[in-house]
Design a protein around this ligand. Structure first.
Ligand code: FHN
Length: 415
């Protein structure tokens, strides 16, 4: 099934829906996305001008020549980067996997690579490999490490896609770039950092089906359990990817994920203060999971290595909510009732979770199309039974008069 939020070329390959290698990811439902690279230095401003659009696209939007962008590496010294703190934040937020940009479209490698010196270890004063530090922390703290890798666009590499201000597009050898650069780097990422949960390819653009297929095979051959995001292209990924910040209207019989921002940018922008509220973020998480999807929520650390405080606050608040209500998120599947105005539903063996966003007057919750033998509030440690009655038209649950949780009260229905 397709939805306009998911483009056909970013869909799930045939057979993957039943693939047990995706079990951990289906259970996880919530991940941390991290966009971090040289673009955090200009942070949206180039030569005194605020550059529109998303921060990590500054090189493209402002048509910055390689000769001017590349020297940013000599300034990149994120001495406040603390892998333990980043992973601990993901954990506290209730995020079970972490996807970080190993190479974004600007081509700068945030990992040590033998295939270019344009990498964080060889060309910055920092000289450390943050992917190595994150790998060890993720192992220690039990979060799955995953890598974002821009397989098609590379504005630094003469044969990569996207930079037509330094290079003549007609002279590019894209196939050679895939064979002699992308594949060896993907091999590095899958051999130097231990088990990798998934590879998040992006913007497939003109990549051919053969090229996508050979990247998929390469990943599965090196790490058979590593899964591959649908943005690999040509409907060959292990799961489908919705558009950025896009949520399908309906539940989908697919494994799918929405990547999303907390403000309006992915890479840090010093003047983007348009932070979504915690209520909105929790509602989005619940909405996505109620339709069978995963929520990959982004942070854009600064050039010093700090995750912006507004992001930290929101993630911690989400983690508090999940600490109480996580049972109604992790490992659930799309709920039996879709398209409700007042909330969302999800299901697990023998249970249906009613997520009530708008608590009804007097606490009388009415639902049609569902039967139950018992009901209780998930936040109630005593699991006191809520009075329940089945009428002709609806199931009526008598809850407390006041909303127990102003953001989302979860009622568990047992069957
Ligand atoms: O062009 C990228 C963008 O910079 C960002 O990485 C997002 C995240 O999903 N993906 C691409 C646009 O869809």
């Amino acid at each position: 099934m397709q939805d306009e939020a998911i483009r056909v070329d970013r869909g799930q390959r045939a057979g993957a829906r039943q693939d047990p290698r995706l079990s951990w990811w289906r259970e996880a439902r919530f991940g941390m996305f991290i966009h971090w690279g040289l673009y955090a230095i200009p942070a949206g401003i180039w030569k005194g001008q605020q550059i529109p659009e998303i921060g990590e696209w500054i090189m493209h939007t402002a048509r910055i020549p390689v000769a001017e962008y590349e020297p940013l590496a000599r300034q990149f010294n994120p001495v406040r980067f603390d892998a333990a703190a980043w992973v601990a934040l993901a954990k506290k937020a209730g995020q079970r996997y972490l996807v970080i940009t190993s190479k974004h479209h600007d081509g700068f490698c945030m990992f040590k690579s033998a295939y270019t010196r344009y990498n964080i270890v060889d060309s910055t004063p920092f000289g450390r490999d943050p992917m190595q530090e994150l790998a060890s922390e993720c192992r220690k703290q039990g979060v799955r490490l995953c890598f974002y890798y821009s397989q098609t666009q590379d504005w630094h590499h003469p044969d990569g896609d996207g930079n037509d201000w330094d290079y003549d597009e007609s002279k590019k050898d894209f196939a050679g770039y895939v064979e002699s650069y992308v594949k060896p780097q993907v091999r590095e990422l899958l051999t130097h950092y231990g088990p990798i949960g998934l590879i998040w390819f992006d913007t497939p653009k003109g990549i051919t089906a053969d090229q996508s297929r050979s990247l998929l095979d390469l990943c599965h051959q090196i790490q058979p359990d590593c899964i591959v995001c649908g943005r690999l292209g040509n409907t060959l990924g292990d799961y489908a990817s919705a558009g950025d910040n896009k949520i399908p209207q309906q539940s989908l019989d697919l494994d799918w994920e929405t990547p999303a921002t907390i403000n309006d940018t992915w890479g840090f922008k010093s003047y983007d203060h348009n932070w979504k509220s915690t209520d909105d973020l929790i509602h989005k998480l619940v909405d996505i999971v109620s339709k069978g999807g995963n929520y990959l929520l982004n942070v854009g650390p600064t050039a010093e290595g700090i995750i912006p405080q507004p992001s930290v606050e929101r993630l911690l608040a989400m983690g508090n909510w999940l600490g109480i209500n996580g049972e109604a998120i992790y490992g659930t599947v799309a709920g039996p009732l879709q398209g409700l105005g007042w909330g969302r539903t999800m299901a697990k063996a023998g249970k249906v979770y009613l997520h009530v966003f708008d608590w009804p007057k007097g606490g009388v919750v009415k639902v049609s199309g569902i039967a139950a033998t018992g009901a209780y509030l998930l936040a109630d440690p005593s699991r006191a039974a809520l009075p329940l009655s089945h009428g002709d038209q609806a199931l009526t649950i008598q809850g407390p008069a006041q909303a127990p949780d102003g953001i989302d009260t979860v009622i568990v229905l047992t069957r």
